[in-house]
Design a protein around this ligand. Structure first.
Ligand code: FES
Ligand code: FES
Length: 156
């Protein structure tokens, strides 16, 4: 039995300890906001936060995150930065097919928590591990800049 802390809630699960966190989230806990893309830490679709830092859930064994704080896209509406980012995403019509966007938002939230006023090049660098087949990169950058401005003004 492994005890996880997911979005502030304790979850006890009985799975092999090498099962990737992504499958635990999606198949055991029914939290399907986090997406499977490549399965090889290359695309960023499966990005979640562990103790506040982004990780690729597809290559993270569940045993590694036991007792640590896992946050997923499902919790971002309750996160101050996450809520501002999601609003900016909507206002900039960022999503096209949408498949990559949960991972994109998780990386963007981490960027704004660690670099509150990022330059365009810092945005491109921080988001470089998140691939979007639809090519929404320009709108992602605009949304992050809008969210950064709003957070700096104390807005939500
Ligand atoms: S599915 Fe994890 S990085 Fe692509
Ligand atoms: S919006 Fe389609 S893959 Fe990014």
């Amino acid at each position: 039995m492994t005890r996880l802390q997911v979005n502030g809630q304790a979850k006890d699960i009985d799975v092999p300890e090498d099962m990737p966190l992504l499958w635990v989230l999606r198949d055991e806990l029914g939290m399907t906001g986090t997406k499977f893309g490549c399965g090889m830490a290359l695309c960023g679709a499966c990005t979640v936060h562990v103790d506040g830092a982004p990780v690729r859930a597809c290559v993270t064994p569940v045993s590694v995150v036991a007792g640590r704080a896992v946050a997923t896209i499902e919790a971002m509406a309750q996160d101050r930065v996450g809520a501002v980012v999601q609003r900016a995403w909507v206002e900039n019509n960022v999503a096209q097919c949408g498949y990559c966007q949960a991972g994109q938002i998780m990386s963007a939230v981490n960027l704004l928590k660690t670099t509150p006023q990022p330059s365009d090049s810092e945005i491109d660098e921080a988001m470089s591990g998140n691939i979007c087949r639809c090519g929404t990169y320009a709108r992602i950058r605009a949304a992050i800049q809008q969210a950064a401005g709003r957070l700096a003004r104390g807005g939500v």
